[in-house]
Design a protein. Sequence first.
Length: 331
Amino acid sequence: MGKILTQEEIDLLMGSASELRKEQAQDEAPQATSSVTYDFSRPDRVSKDQVRSLQLLHDRFARNVSGSLSAYLRAVTEVSSLSVEQLTYAEFLMSVPDPTAFYAISIAPLDGVAALEINPVIAFAMIDRMLGGSGHAAFLARALTEIEQNVVDGIVKLVLENLTETWRSIQEVHFKISGRDTRPQMLQVAAPNESVLIMVFDVRICDARGLINFCLPASIIETVGENFVQSWFRAKREPTPAQRQQLHETLGRIPLPVTAAMDMALPARELLLLKPGDVLSLGRPVSHPVKVRVADSTKFRGQLTRQGSHAAVRIVDGPARTYDSASMQGA
């Protein structure tokens, strides 16, 4: 007759079987992997550096146009850049309201057409302000009339002037109105599947708040090429005359080693035989020009001379000046 297991041994066997099943389940479970969804029908045609440069560029545009619109509308206007996104033109059309203030924008001399959309809330607030009203939010569920469109045209021209000025640091282009409509689908700006970049701006006028969308074809950025990023990072603020003077005075106090040297070649065996008291012939007359170095760079040609009881060098390829040998090392 077999051995009868105790309760303790039974519990131990059951626990071991349970742990074994857990280990097998872990081995059979699929390993978690990180993945990123990529849509091959809509590849990103603009690099991250270029998108970042676009964001910085239009941040400056938002600051400039805020002041221009405030003066034009005689009301405090705040414009801030929200985002830069890559979409297809069809997706952009689905994201804007209908009807709205929609403009086709030419970009001379580049080939391509951009689009500018002003949300109705902001458009009606601007119209109200331009026609003598307070500019408060008053959304109307209708399309703009011809007179109202003419009023908005003046505002759009002001926006495009600021946009042209901002882009001048990158590329000499001119943004102009080439068409307008209250139905975005009625203007032929780009193919539905064409890649575009959308610059979204938040606009506040009095108590009205809405968005302005600027749609730029990705082909425009490709045409400009790498100069877009390079030109943006090359654009630096020029120092003022006072800053130049301060920089000059600060650098003028920095001591720099100045040496006068005559180069020559000497065999190694003769160099090893040299001892104190020997006279070394340089193989050239005293009147021969010597190199005057500032730090490690040769800056002048000079001629050996004397200044009182001291050896000196006279600069011969520039204004004649003498330098005491106490601050030089002669060869």
